[in-house]
Design a protein around this ligand. Structure first.
Ligand code: HEC
Length: 164
């Protein structure tokens, strides 16, 4: 199984999108057989984590998981998980904001039209209402930068993190 390299490539593709304005994604031709949202072993998760750019490569997944406890009352992250007060977050990285067709977003998020990547998520989680006035995500914010890094790394590992 050569899952690591495939996932690592996917991770970089999505994170690279954070730095460059939306370029058409290049098709290398050999991605068709990439598994969709594979269930990863703990070892594979650590490998995937190590492939992320800093500071995410050294994030503490256990702390990220603990911080996700703050989101769980409103969000699921499993594939096809329910929309609750907030939308299901599986595969959110690389997606345009407010793109879950079954969720009623605020006008503010619908109008925002950016792509979710680590940088946007970091600002969003620091203080959603400041980052996007008018959002209906009533979450006070996660003040500690290290907690945000750990949580974002956890989400990247757990939400499939397939590009687009
Ligand atoms: C009290 C409920 C609540 C909590 C807690 C909460 N959210 Fe949300 N979240 C929402 C709602 C509601 C929206 C939709 C916002 C809008 O439409 O303006 C949302 C939207 C989002 C989005 C945008 C999704 C998309 O499809 O564009 C992300 C990403 C997100 N939340 C991540 C998180 C994370 C990570 C946490 C934990 C730190 C969290 N949320 C905590 C309710 C919540």
């Amino acid at each position: 199984m050569r899952l690591g390299p495939i996932l690592a490539a996917a991770a970089f593709a999505t994170l690279a999108a954070a730095c460059s304005p939306s370029q058409p994604s290049q098709t290398s031709g050999d991605t068709a057989s990439a598994p969709a949202a594979p269930a990863l072993s703990a070892e594979e998760k650590q490998k995937l984590l190590a492939s992320f750019p800093a500071p995410y490569n050294t994030a503490d997944l256990a702390n990220g998981q603990a911080k996700f406890g703050l989101c769980q009352s409103c969000h699921t992250i499993t594939p096809g998980g329910a929309n609750m007060t907030g939308p299901n977050l599986h595969g959110v990285f690389g997606k345009t904001s407010a793109s879950n067709p079954d969720f009623k977003y605020s006008d503010a998020l619908k109008a925002a039209g950016f792509e979710w990547d680590a940088a946007h998520l970091d600002q969003w989680l620091a203080q959603p209402q400041t980052f996007l006035p008018g959002t209906k995500m009533t979450f006070a914010g996660l003040k500690d930068a290290k907690d945000r890094t750990d949580l974002i790394a956890y989400l990247m590992v757990e939400t499939g993190h397939t590009p687009k």
